[in-house]
Design a protein around this ligand. Sequence first.
Ligand SMILES: [Zn+2]
Length: 116
Amino acid sequence: MHELSIVANLFELLEEQAKEAGAQKITLVKLKVGVLSGVVPELLQTAFDIYKKDTIATEAELIIETVPLRLLCHQCHQETIRDDIVFTCAHCGSTRLEKKEGTELILEKIELEIDD
Ligand SMILES: [Zn+2]
């Protein structure tokens, strides 16, 4: 499962950031996942829940925001937003499209708990 290695990398990043901030706990993690990122949100959620046990993020909630595909048409210069992966312009039917958004996988937000 591709998502497991993504989650493993994510946890390295999370633990690093928590350590830097002097946090004892991660309470929330928010990811932005493009429909073309190659990641299945459900699998990512499952992998996260498996992986988080016995880590600093054991009580963390994972929020996954799906980013739709945003295409710019080179024929009519209009934008098409799709939440599937069909590469045709909604305005003129052209397939000469440029991907503007929807391929990303971004760690958008972490919430930490810091005891002082
Ligand atoms: Zn078009």
